[in-house]
Design a binder for this molecule. Structure first.
Ligand SMILES: [Zn+2]
Ligand SMILES: [Zn+2]
Length: 326
């Protein structure tokens, strides 16, 4: 095909190809590595594979795995409550990016180390930083630059340009989960959870399955986030592939009973009328109960007062001097 011999077309296609590849490589580093493997322990893979997967997140400017895990576990414990590192209730821009500049204000280093205690002794992760000080961020930035210099000498500049595009897209996809997937008016909710988590299809596509965030909050340990046939979860598909290759074990799948218990019921017209009538009757009964209790209280008080008046009158009569004494 003549068009592919055009150097501009060929270079553009090479950059797009690299960008798609790196988006998935860095993306899986975050979704499968930092999130489902390290934070939630939704599956187990051999250590060499865990390091390889997690390197994708580290080289996408995600910083130390210990810090990432500590912050994300705190998000689950305090979702949309005071202490949540990135809730949109504190402002959309805060949830999207500002939170990264003051994580040390919402989580002390002691809290962080407590949250990620299981990773502190890992021979690699402990050297990448375990506090909110600038050390882990500066080290990550420096190693990210080195990584791209290596890419340039190994595969050329089209590879590096594709990688930079992918770093941008995957970095922001992750922030979109924090911001859009906790915004009350976006997407939908399938399960009853105590925070504002939402399922947002386009974040699901961009962030390789992490946009099914309401599903995730309903069953955080589940390795699978996309639970309906239309909820495309690239990370889950990769986990299934690893399982078939004998590389992934102890994969946590959510039980049907648990999901059914948490499911928000969608009612049809007739069911909704019945449910509304039952609710109204319950309120009326409650109001009638209150009124009856108040009436009984008034009657008791009145009786008590009447009794007192009668006792006072009787006492007056008894104490009154007899006519003979005059
Ligand atoms: Zn969340
Ligand atoms: Zn999570």
């Amino acid at each position: 095909m003549g068009i592919f011999n055009d150097p501009v077309v060929a270079t553009t296609l090479a950059i797009i190809g690299w960008a798609v590849f790196w988006h998935h490589w860095h993306g899986l580093g975050i979704t499968l590595g930092y999130h489902r493997l390290l934070t939630h322990k939704s599956l187990v893979v051999p250590k060499w594979l865990e390091y390889y997967i997690c390197s994708g997140a580290y080289f996408a400017l995600m910083g130390s795995p210990i810090v990432w895990v500590g912050v994300h576990r705190q998000h689950h414990q305090k979702s949309d409550q005071p202490g949540d590192p990135h809730s949109p209730r504190d402002g959309f821009a805060h949830a999207l990016y500002k939170w990264m500049t003051y994580t040390d204000k919402v989580q002390t280093d002691e809290e962080l180390r407590r949250q990620a205690a299981d990773l502190l002794d890992d021979p690699l992760y402990k050297h990448l930083g375990s506090t909110h000080t600038g050390y882990h961020a500066h080290l990550c930035l420096a190693l990210c630059v080195v990584f791209r210099i290596v890419l340039f000498f190994a595969f050329g500049w089209a590879c590096v340009v594709g990688n930079l595009i992918a770093t941008f897209t995957i970095f922001w996809s992750t922030q979109f989960v924090n911001a859009f997937c906790h915004e009350p008016n976006i997407g939908y909710r399938t399960y009853r959870t105590p925070e504002d988590s939402r399922n947002v299809w386009w974040v699901g596509l961009l962030a390789l399955g992490e946009g099914w965030h309401n599903n995730h909050h309903a069953v955080p340990k589940s390795a699978r986030h996309g639970l309906q046939w239309w909820e495309f979860d690239f990370t889950w598909m990769t986990i299934v592939l690893f399982e078939r290759m004998g590389l992934a074990k102890r994969i946590v799948r959510p039980s049907k009973e648990l999901l059914e218990k948490k499911r928000i019921r969608v009612l049809d017209g007739a069911q909704e009328k019945v449910a509304n009538a039952v609710e109204a009757a319950r309120e009326a009964a409650g109001a009638a109960g209150v009124a009856a209790r108040e009436a009984a209280e008034i009657a008791t008080n009145a009786a008590r007062e009447a009794g007192q008046v009668a006792r006072d009158a009787a006492e007056t009569v008894i104490k009154a001097p007899s006519p003979e004494g005059v």
